[in-house]
Structure formats: C-alpha cells, structure tokens
Design a protein around this ligand. Structure first.
Ligand code: GLU
Length: 493
C-alpha cells in the first residue's frame, strides 16, 4: 500500500499555525513511509470561504517549506483538489446513499428545528435532530419534491450500540451511536457538508492515513459509517493533540496570535517556526531542541508523538528563533533575510503615499515608519493615558475595538473605519477622541499616519496583538470585569 496523507484546510481566514502543525506531521509521516502528501482545499462553505484566504494559506505553507506532492496549484491525477470544483461528485454520492436507504431527505424548516431545540433544552434532553423526516414514505417525499420544497439530505445513524475504532496514537476509541447526530450531508443549496465531501475525497484521492487534530475525534464514527455505507476501505485514523495556550486552554487568537502572517511580520524565520512546531508533542530521538525540517523528516517516527497537550509558547519560539539567527545565518544571509522580510521596496511603496506629506528630510522616515517594522511597541500606561481618557474608558475603548476587529472578516481600511466608527458612535465619543488611544497602541505616537491606514498596513493579527498589548500595559482586565464588559459590549452594538 502506498501511504498517502493530506492537509485539508478550509479557506476561511488567516493561515493558522495549527494548520501548519498538522501539515508538518502529515508531511513527515508520508515521508517516513516513502509516501505522498497532498493539499486539498475544503471550500464547500461558500459563505465563509474566500480566494484570498486560500492564497494566504498556500503562500504561508510554501513559506514554511511544507511542500505537497499534489494540490490545487501544482496538480496531480486525483484532482480537482478544490472541493468547490467537485460538487457533482458529492451529489452523485449522496444520491447513492439515498437509493440504498443510508440517507434521507429532511424537509424540516428552520422554525421547526428551533422549536425542537427549545423543547429539548427545556426538558433537559440531549440536543439534536429527532429523526422527524426519517419515516416519510416514498410517496410523501415525491410529493414534497414535486412541490419544490427546500430540503437537506441527512445520513441515517443507528440510535443504539457503539462505534469502536482504532486511532494510531490513542488505541481503541468507543463512542455511543446515540451521541452521533443525523448529520446533514447535503445542504439545501446542494453543496455538501464537510463530512460527506471529506470522506468521498479521502477515498477518491486514495488517502491511506487521516492525520488531523483531535477536535475531529467525535466525527470519526460518522466518517467510518459513511465508508461502510459506500463499501469502501476505511483509512487509518490518527488524531494529533491540539495546540494550547500557555494557560493550557485551546490555542485561540483571543489569547495568542494564531496567524502565520503574524509570525512572519514579527520577523520569525520559517525554519525556526517549523522547528518549534516539530517540537509540539514530538521530539528528536536525541532530544535536541534545534533541528531543521530535513533532519526532522529523516528521523520522524509517529509513535514518538506524545498526547499531553503541547503548549505553543511565543517566548520559547522567540528563544529558538534567536538561536537560528545567531547560529545559522552569516551577516550576509541575515542581511538577505531582513530584506526579504520587510526592509525592502514593497514596504516603502506601501508606506510612502501616507508618509510623504509628513516628511521634510529623508531621515524623517525612520521615526514615522518605525512602528511598521517593529514587534510590540515599548509604550507605557502614561503614554496611553496621555490620550486624555479616564482609565476605565481607555480600557473599554481598546477592548471594544479589539472585539469588533476580531470579528472583521475582510481586513481593509474601509471596513476598519466602519468598525471603529460604529463603536465610537455607540459609546457616544467623538471619533477623534476615540481614536487617540488607538494611535498610541498601534503606532506608539499620535504623530503618525491615520490609524486606520496603519491597521490596514499592519494586518489583522499584528493590530490585535498591539491592542491586546496596550490593555496589558494598563494592567489587563480580570475575568469578572471582562465578563461585565462583554455584556455591556453586546448591549451596545
Ligand atoms: N477542513 C477541515 C479543517 O478545516 C479538515 C479536517 C480533516 O482533516 O478532516 O480542519
């Protein structure tokens, strides 16, 4: 058997360090078995998927050197490798399940499902679809189809018994079928959900080992059942431990920057980031901390993955990055890296249209643009207070801006402006005063170009990280206060 693995990201945001981590282990396993590693784009959620996100994921994985043998950009004979181009395949497969009685059409309206949820909550019953449409006769279905009633296709799942399967790292896992919902496979718009598309593609792309994050363990029974319904061989499953924040909670952008673009902008070397990701639950046989991708590939053994939640600690990453800079790069090479990174014409060309109005001499550029090529800024509580706000309000402005910008899907100047204006209006603060502390948090000084332009240039993750840093500089917000603020924020907007 040829070993084939894949990474299957959904292009719905910035490229996540968790995606790179899972890609690295898939690549390393395929390599250790003389197999192949694929990239598949899971973009069936048309409302959330964007081509920009796909491009940034592809670029980020390439930047890290996690190259794939087959994928949407480099082809292969099991394509297309983008799910939005495979919808007829999923439809055919859903039809097969319907024909064989392994799936059923469900005409329940959103209102009925909402009612059902309410009743289940009130009566403290397990939540989930109750199988209402599973018993419709063929005639009833035909009649409703003829009327053109919108419907979804759901899979049939036994209500009794258990599903037992084997995980490469965890051994036997048993889950009650009663816990598994009657999953929607095809949505009302005819597009498949993750579960159907993922299983069909893993089979057609001849994936032998599904190596993915542990958040998918509970989906495995559905997937296994689908393999059985289709009469296909089930791949081997391997669920990697999730990356964690330093406080051991699941790695989240609310606590830690998670976008690879952030680490790129901070000036981490791709080699160091890959090295650090390789240390997430895995170690070299000789336990050394610094190793290259090719050294990891040569030594990889998946059984050395340990299941204790690996902590993604930016301080440790910085330490490792420093070692890479000092030990591995000559001055010439470091100069090249700095130029590739940000000390180049592209940075200047993006910034000069804003900066030139404020320049009298060429040397004025450095103080104006310093914040663009920096990490966290050395600001103090006094700097922030100089914006002329009471401390409580200062924290509210920064935190509300942070929450609002965390929800922004399309990062550009106009959207950032609308987000900030909406909060300023809701708080009844004039825009100029509202923006004053943001200037300090983002650019370190009020004598800077428009803060919205700065945020657009810095990118979403660096902007959020600086806002979070400013809140920390002011002493942070305790859990209780944060809860209160969250309520107030929700009522405000
Ligand atoms: N599209 C899924 C994700 O975004 C893939 C999960 C899997 O590997 O099966 O994580």
């Amino acid at each position: 058997m040829t070993v084939r693995t894949r990474i299957a990201p959904s292009p719905t945001g910035d490229p996540h360090v968790g995606t790179a981590y899972v890609a690295l282990f898939n690549m390393a396993f395929a390599h250790s078995q003389g197999g192949q590693f694929l990239l598949r784009i899971e973009d069936t959620d048309q409302t959330r998927s964007t081509p920009q996100s796909e491009k940034s994921i592809v670029d980020a994985l390439r930047w890290l050197g996690l190259d794939w043998d087959e994928g949407p950009d480099n082809g292969g004979d099991k394509g297309p490798y983008r799910q939005s181009e495979r919808s007829t395949i999923y439809k055919e497969h859903a039809d097969k399940l319907l024909e064989n009685g392994h799936a059923f059409r469900c005409f329940c309206t959103a209102e009925r499902l909402e009612e059902l949820r309410k009743t289940q909550m009130e009566e403290k019953l397990p939540l989930g679809y109750d199988g209402h449409c599973a018993g419709l006769s063929e005639e009833q279905v035909a009649e409703r189809l003829a009327k053109g009633e919108p419907h979804v296709v759901r899979m049939s799942v036994p209500r009794q018994g258990q599903c037992t399967f084997n995980d490469m790292l965890r051994g036997e896992i048993t889950i009650d079928w009663a816990q598994i919902d009657l999953q929607i496979l095809l949505k009302a718009d005819g597009m498949p959900t993750y579960h159907l598309a993922n299983v069909v593609d893993d089979h057609l792309m001849e994936i032998s080992h599904v190596i993915r994050g542990e958040e998918w363990i509970n989906s495995a029974p559905k997937h296994i059942l689908l393999y059985q319904y289709f009469g296909w061989k089930t791949p081997v499953f391997c669920h990697l431990p999730l990356l964690r924040n330093v406080d051991k909670s699941k790695l989240s952008k609310r606590k830690n920057p998670t976008s690879i673009l952030y680490y790129q902008r901070m000036g981490f070397l791709p080699e160091a980031l890959v090295n650090y990701l390789g240390r997430m639950g895995w170690s070299m046989p000789d336990e050394r901390e610094k190793f290259s991708l090719s050294e990891m590939l040569a030594a990889f053994d998946i059984q050395r993955v340990s299941l204790g939640g690996p902590v993604f600690d930016v301080e440790k990453l910085s330490w490792l990055n420093g070692m890479w800079i000092r030990d591995e790069l000559s001055d010439e090479q470091l100069a090249d890296r700095l130029q590739e990174w940000a000390l180049n014409r592209d940075t200047l060309m993006a910034f000069l249209p804003f900066a030139r109005q404020r320049m009298e001499t060429l040397s004025d550029l450095a103080p104006l643009g310093n914040y663009l090529v920096s990490g966290m800024l050395p600001i103090t509580a006094e700097d922030l207070k100089s914006a002329g706000m009471e401390e409580d309000q200062l924290i509210e402005v920064l935190q509300y801006a942070l929450w609002r910008l965390e929800a922004e899907q399309q990062w550009n100047r106009d959207n950032i402006f609308n987000d900030l204006k909406a909060i300023a209006d809701a708080m009844d603060i004039n825009l100029k005063s509202f923006l004053a502390p943001l200037f300090i948090a983002i650019a370190g000084s009020s004598a800077s170009i428009s803060v919205m332009d700065s945020m657009a240039l810095l990118g979403a993750d660096m902007t959020r990280a600086r806002l979070r840093h400013a809140i920390d500089v002011l002493g942070g917000v305790g859990k209780k206060k944060l809860k209160k603020m969250e309520k107030a924020y929700q009522q405000l907007l």
